[in-house]
Design a protein around this ligand. Sequence first.
Ligand code: BTN
Length: 253
Amino acid sequence: MERLEKEIKNGIENIRSRNFWRVSVFDRLDSTNDYVKSLLSEKSEGEVVVARTQNKGRGRQNRTFYSLDGGLYFSILLHPTDFPIDKITPMSAVAVRRAVKSVFGRDLAIKWVNDLYLNDKKVVGILAESSFLCENVAYVVLGIGINVYEPKEGFAPEISDIAGALEKKFGERRGELLARVLDEIYDCYIGGKDYLDEYIHESYLVGKNVLVKVADESVEGLVKEIDKDCKLVLQTENGERRFLSGEVVKVVV
Ligand code: BTN
């Protein structure tokens, strides 16, 4: 058995939410999100697919998510009936934040909508994609990429200014981290544990000047808060604007 597979098997063995998840580990996939999507007709909620590396890891806007050995790359299949689909990303950002705090003792800041930062560097990206198996049956493929250990070969030059890792030195705690994330997601998704408060208060952006891109529009302003609907509240030259989605393309640190 490969090292990561062993780590993950040990990590998830005794977790509280063990019965909810079915975890498979691969050495290499193109993208765990794409792989889970290809399984929609045969698998059900709770499927978790982990890959040690990805050839074509994807981020939002179809950007590349560099996925060298050292990270934790996985996708989860959910079939939300009671849980609001538009809150899957905020909920999982908080779940990852809690897990990282408990395993590595690090406090990550949440960059609306779907990234987590450590010392001004991106260490986590989340990509939740809805899929429809047949009409009105919505599935969510929730993909999470965590830069746990800095890759031995370093980050690719294109991202070396913005990407960071939880730990510089390689270690063996990816299984423990996955186990913790799964428990935290389960607590919120099934157990109804609160995540909104943390999503609102642990923001990377509040108090910073940013440029937000929504469709064809770019809007500049000062981030006042993340509101209770998880909207970004921006003070612009022309008054206050609230965004439910969009992308912060520039942050003035
Ligand atoms: C982003 O930064 O815009 C989101 C990145 C999401 C990356 C994860 S890694 C596991 C899963 N598989 C993918 O291809 N993407 C997600």
